[in-house]
Write a protein of this length. Sequence first.
Lengths: 328, 328, 328
Amino acid sequence: MPGPLTLGQIASQLGGRVAGDTGVLIRQVGSLQAAGEGQIGFLANPKYRSQLAATRASAVVLGAEAESLTELPRIVADNPYAYFARVSQLFNPVVLQPAGAHPAASIAASARLGARVSVGAGCVIGEGVQVGDDSCLYPGVVVYPGCRIGARAIIHSGVVIGADGFGIAADGGRWVKIPQIGSVLIGDDVEIGANCCIDRGALEDTVLEDGVKLDNQIQIGHNCRIGAHTAMAGCSGVAGSARIGRHCSIGAGARILGHLEICDHVRVSANTVISHSIREAGTYTGMYPADGHDAWLRNTAQVRHLDALARRVRELEKKFEATGGGNG
Amino acid sequence: MPGPLTLGQIASQLGGRVAGDTGVLIRQVGSLQAAGEGQIGFLANPKYRSQLAATRASAVVLGAEAESLTELPRIVADNPYAYFARVSQLFNPVVLQPAGAHPAASIAASARLGARVSVGAGCVIGEGVQVGDDSCLYPGVVVYPGCRIGARAIIHSGVVIGADGFGIAADGGRWVKIPQIGSVLIGDDVEIGANCCIDRGALEDTVLEDGVKLDNQIQIGHNCRIGAHTAMAGCSGVAGSARIGRHCSIGAGARILGHLEICDHVRVSANTVISHSIREAGTYTGMYPADGHDAWLRNTAQVRHLDALARRVRELEKKFEATGGGNG
Amino acid sequence: MPGPLTLGQIASQLGGRVAGDTGVLIRQVGSLQAAGEGQIGFLANPKYRSQLAATRASAVVLGAEAESLTELPRIVADNPYAYFARVSQLFNPVVLQPAGAHPAASIAASARLGARVSVGAGCVIGEGVQVGDDSCLYPGVVVYPGCRIGARAIIHSGVVIGADGFGIAADGGRWVKIPQIGSVLIGDDVEIGANCCIDRGALEDTVLEDGVKLDNQIQIGHNCRIGAHTAMAGCSGVAGSARIGRHCSIGAGARILGHLEICDHVRVSANTVISHSIREAGTYTGMYPADGHDAWLRNTAQVRHLDALARRVRELEKKFEATGGGNG
C-alpha cells in the first residue's frame, strides 16, 4: 500500500482546492462514520450532513456548497464522489492480483495476452482469445475460444465469456441446436462482476463497448450490443439481440427483453422489465409495490379484474351523463 | 471447419427443394444483413422480408410462401429456421472442445465417462458420477458425487450439478440442515447453459428428462422434474419440488414457485411468476408494465388501493341502481 | 454410511417418545411415498396425511396430534420436521467431501485454515483468508484476499466471496472505479449455495452473521449485513448497504434494494421487491399475478391508467353526491 500523503500533495495530484491545514497527513480513505486519525472521508449527498459534524476523520472531500459546514481540513471539489474515488485509488491499488498467469491457469497456446495481463488460478482461456494490456482476470474466469477483451479490463471470478447463446429451433417437438458461430468483443476499460455470463453471438458478435461496467450475476444474451459507458447493476439481464445505448443505467434485477433497442442516456429502474424499445432518454420504471401480505392479497385479486373495473366505470359515466349528470 | 458444399449437395443431405442454381458453392451461414459471397441466409419471419431484397448472400433458405420474393438460389423448406440450423451444423461442429479429459480436470476414480466424452480444464467430477457417450462438459463444470448425465449432453462453464438443495428445518430460532441424499438424473440430449445450478434431491432425485434445453443462470431446486423437450430461457428458476411438463417453454427471468405442477405444452412468458399449478396448455403471463418514472409513481400508488377502488365502484353502482339508474 | 439403528436407539440419542415397536431397525430416511423396509418417514404437514395411511416405511416421525393416525412404529416429537432432519443427519454425513485441501486447490501461503477444513478441487483461497474449524468449501469456490469465514461453514461450488462491490462514480460521462477496501466477514454455521456472490465492502466489511443460510445464485452487495439465522431462498438478492435483521426469511427471487433496513423476524415473499425499509415484523408480498396471456393483456393495459381511473371514480362520487346521491 502506498505511503501517506499530505492534503496538499493529494490536491496537487488530483486538483481541487484545499481549505484548512494543507499539511495534514492522510494514509487511507474511510466513511465519515468510521474514519479516524489519518483518514479522509467525503460528503456527496446532503442527507449525510449530520455525519460530517460528528466525523473523526482527519480531512474531508466535499462540494463548495458544503465547504462552510466544517472546520476540518478539506478539499473542495466539483464532484466530491468522483474525487474521493480518485483519492482512494491513490491509496489502494485497484487490482489485488499481480500481473502474469497463475500456474494453475489453463491458457491455450494460440491465446494472445497483452502486457501486464493478470490471469488468476483456475482461469481457462480458449484458443485464439485476445486480452488487451493491463487487464486482470480474477480466478476462475472462463473465456471460450475466439473472444476478444480490450485493455484495462477487470473480470471477476466465475465470469463466463463466450458460451453458446441460446439458439434452438423447434422441429416436430424437438429442438435443433443452432451453432453459435459469432464471438464476444469487449472494448477497453470494461469491468465485469462475479458470475456474469456474456454469450457468444449466433452469427455475428456480442459486443460490450468501451467503459461498460457490469455488476455481478448479469446475463448478456447472444448478439447483444451494450453501448459505451453503460452501467448495469447486479442480477440484471439482457435477452438476445437487444441493443442498449451509451451512458445508460440498468438497475438491479432489471430485465431487457430480446430484439429491443434502447437509446442513449436511458435509466431503467431496479426490477423493471423493458418489453418495448425505448426511443427517448429518461427514467423508466415498472416495479410492483410490496405491501403487507393481507393487503397484497386483497389488492392483487383486483388486478385480474382491472379491465372489467374500467368498463364498469365507463358504464357508470355513460349512465350518469344520460341522467343529466348532476347538472340537471 | 468442413469444406464448401453446393446448394444441391446441401439439399441432398438435408432435404428441401432447390430453386435456382443448384451449383452455387456455400461455405458458411450468415444473417441476411451480413452474409456475403459463399454464405447462405434464411428467412423465417415475414417481418424481415425487406432484408431478403437487400441481402448479398449467395443463397437463402425460405418457406414456399416466400419462394417468389427472390431470384437468389434458394432452398424451399417446410421449417426454414430448423432447416437453417441443420445447414449451420453442416458447416460448424456444434461442440468446440475435443473429446477426452483435459489434464487440469479433476475426475474421481469411480466416475464413469462414456465414449468420446469431453471434459474441460477445471472441471470437477465427483465420485460415482456417470456421463453418457458424446457429452461435452466445458471448462469449470462441477458435478457432485453420484449424479448421472445422459448422452450427447452439452454442459457449459460454471454449471454446478448436484449441490445440496435448500433443505433446512426451523427449530427454536435456528436452522437444522436436512441432508440432501437424493441425486440428479439428467437424460439424453440435454443442454445446460453457463452458471446454471441443478440441485440434488432431498430424498429422491432431481430429474431433467431427455431433450431439456436450459439457457444460462437457471436455478433448478431440489426434487424438481423438468419434462422432456422443455426449454427454459436465461435467469429463470424453479423452486423445490415443482414438476414441469413436456414441451413447455419458460421465458427469461420467469419463476416457478415450489410444489407446483405445470402440465405439458405450457408457455410461461418472460418475468412471469407462476404461483399456482397450471392444468391447461396455453400461454401464461404476469409482467408488470414499465412506464416513464413519473407515470409509474402515479399509477402504482393506486395498486395499493385497488380493493378499495373496486368497492367504491360497487358502491356507486348500487347507489345508481337505487336512483333508477338513468332509466327513470 | 453409519450402520442401522433401532427406533429406541434413535430416540435415546435425539429425544422424542417412541410408540409401538422400539426394536424396529432403521437404516435410512425416506419420504412417506417412497420409503420402504428399513426406512423412516415423517409427517409434518397435515395435508400429507393420506400418504401416512399408504406408506410402506418401517417407522415414522410425527407430532402428538397425528400419533393415532397410524399403527406403525413411530417417534412422537414436538417438531417432527426438525426431528426428521436430525434423524437424517444420523444416517447421512452432512458433508460429502473429506477434510483437507485437494491438490488441485490453490491456497495462498498466508491463508489460515482451521482444523478439519475441507477445500475442494479448483478452489482458490486468497492471501490472508481465514477459515474456521470444520468448514467445507466444495470445488470451485473462490475467496478473495482478506475475507474471513467462521466455523462449520458449508460453501457450495461456484461461490465467489469478496469480489469487488459495484462502486463506481460518474464523472463527465465516464465511470471512476472506487476501490473496494472492505472485506467479507462470515460468522459460524453459515451455508452458502452454489454460484452465490458475496461482495467485499467498499470501505467497511460486508457481514453475514452466525447461522445465515443462503440458497443458490444469491447476490449480496457490498456493505450489506445479514442478521443471524436469516435464510434466503434461491436467486434472491440484496443491493449494496442494505441491512437485514435476524431470523428473517427472504423468498426465492426476492430483491432488497440498497441502503434499506429490514427489522428482525420479517418474511419477504418470493419475487417481492422491497424498496423501503421495514420496521415491523410480518410478511410482505408484492408479486404481480400471472394469468392467461389474453386476460393479462387486457388487464395490464389498465395498470398504466390506474391513476386516471381512480380520478374518474372520485369524479363520479362527487357528481353523485351533488345530485343527492340516491338519498333524494
